[in-house]
Design a protein. Structure first.
Length: 245
């Protein structure tokens, strides 16, 4: 099944003005909004609403629309080239008949080829092979860019949908993921490096020590954290040294 364009999703022509695109978006958003659907149709409506939002996000922005139009044109040119390449081999029947002790090709039985024609065919084959190889490389790059654009659109849609739910009074909770853990560890690592740099600079070192000494609550918290970390490392060290005794 052929993939629908963003224009087809919004049910507008490719020459539609920004006003028409906006009007079409509002009409479709009202038609497919999940909150206005029956329970059985909500899942389907949410999927459709996501596509509508993604399409509108691109087409209502002049720069994004220009980039998408260029991508769409390149894709159509690619399809046309592939179509022409396929048509170039249509009509060829490789079956060979045996007629009066001689083999005859079904399609090329009236054609004669010289060595030069054979060389030209090989050259054309090599050219076609390289062209298809280059096109596949371009397609891979295009797919990568489209995936990146799709990820950004999904993120923007998710943020917009969550903001909408918040406006209705809902509380949004996110599951803790590996990415969150990675970001937290990176942040902690950066803070440790910054603190270490400041600690070895005399002016900031003195300021940190004075601030630490003049705040009993902070001092207590830091002492507890240091004691816990020290205890953990001490326990690990004793465990490791115990293995080699």
């Amino acid at each position: 099944m052929k993939e629908r364009t963003l224009y087809e999703i919004l049910e507008v022509s490719e020459n539609a003005s920004p006003e028409i695109i906006e009007k079409a978006y509002k009409t479709l958003a009202k038609k497919y909004h999940p909150d206005l659907q029956e329970e059985a149709n909500k899942s389907k409506a949410e999927a459709m609403m996501k596509k509508i939002n993604e399409a509108y996000d691109v087409l209502e922005n002049e720069e994004k629309r220009k980039a998408y139009n260029a991508e769409l044109e390149a894709k159509r040119e690619q399809e046309e080239l592939e179509k022409q390449s396929t048509q170039g081999f249509q009509g060829y029947d490789g079956n060979i008949q045996y007629q009066n002790g001689n083999y005859a090709n079904n399609v090329y039985n009236n054609a004669s080829y010289s060595n030069n024609n054979g060389n030209n065919q090989n050259a054309n084959y090599n050219y076609e092979k390289e062209r298809l190889k280059y096109e596949k490389k371009l397609q891979a790059e295009e797919l990568k860019q489209r995936q990146k654009m799709q990820d950004n659109l999904n993120k923007e849609y998710q943020n917009a949908y969550e903001n909408y739910l918040r406006s209705l009074g809902y509380k949004i909770k996110h599951k803790w993921t590996k990415e969150n853990t990675r970001d937290l560890l990176i942040t902690i690592g950066i803070l440790i490096v910054v603190f270490a740099i400041l600690w070895f600079i005399p002016p900031t070192h003195n300021w940190i020590v004075n601030f630490y000494e003049s705040n009993p609550i902070l001092k207590t918290i830091v002492d507890i954290v240091v004691a816990i970390v020290t205890g953990i490392f001490k326990g690990i060290w004793e465990f490791i040294t115990g293995l080699f005794k």
